[in-house]
Design a protein around this ligand. Structure first.
Ligand code: 5GP
Length: 192
């Protein structure tokens, strides 16, 4: 998606050649017009799928997923990160290794909000090693829901998540795929 790539070139900040900071338009301060256009692009890419719920993870997935669910006219379900073990049988739980915080986090969704009748579109901001997506997939599968697709704003193609998720046979769409980035020169190269 050209406008997203241009915005990343203009305002993205590279850290240690591994992490891209997009705080000025996607993660901290939000460009709502851009987010709406991204939402429409996701809807075009997953057109015709019988989606009943959009599933994302707090907190940075919410802003990306909101316009998608709004446009599709379906509920947005937000998987919550929690430290406490409150396993009363009413929750689906997955463990996710955090890319940015280097810890394992527990994510939960109430059984009330995901069921075997649901056809789920999973949305998140970044794809690095694929742990967040795998956690969200396992929550959907624990509910016997059908995963119709996965939409990512920015995939770092030089990390292994994209390959991993595509090899599992899922329909994965990323609006911008970065093949390499260099902190010294500030260069970011995108996949065509
Ligand atoms: P993964 O689980 O695929 O290894 O990492 C994806 C998750 O880590 C995303 O939910 C995202 O919040 C965070 N993340 C991974 N890489 C980056 C990055 O380069 N920049 C930012 N801002 N977040 C990232």
């Amino acid at each position: 998606m050209q406008i997203l790539k241009q915005r990343i070139q203009k305002d993205g900040l590279i850290k240690d050649n591994q992490v891209l900071k997009v705080d000025s338009f996607l993660n901290h301060q939000l460009d709502l017009a851009l987010l709406e256009e991204m939402g429409q692009e996701f809807c075009r890419r997953f057109a015709g799928k019988p989606i009943t719920k959009v599933l994302t993870i707090e907190s940075s997935g919410i802003a990306i997923a909101y316009p998608v669910a709004r446009e599709l006219g379906v509920p947005l379900v937000v998987a919550k990160k929690t430290q406490s073990v409150n396993l009363d049988g009413e929750l689906y739980v997955a463990e996710i290794e955090s890319f940015t915080h280097e810890i394992t986090q527990r994510v939960i969704v109430s059984k009330k909000y995901l069921t075997g009748q649901d056809h789920v579109l999973i949305i998140d901001d970044f794809l690095a090693n694929g742990y967040a997506l795998q956690g969200l997939i396992s929550l959907a599968e624990a509910a016997d829901a059908t995963v119709e697709g996965l939409g990512i704003a920015i995939e770092k193609g030089f990390q292994k998540g994209g390959k991993r998720i595509r090899n599992l046979g899922y329909h994965l769409e990323s609006l911008a795929i970065i093949d390499s980035m260099d902190e010294k020169t500030g260069t970011i190269s995108f996949r065509d």
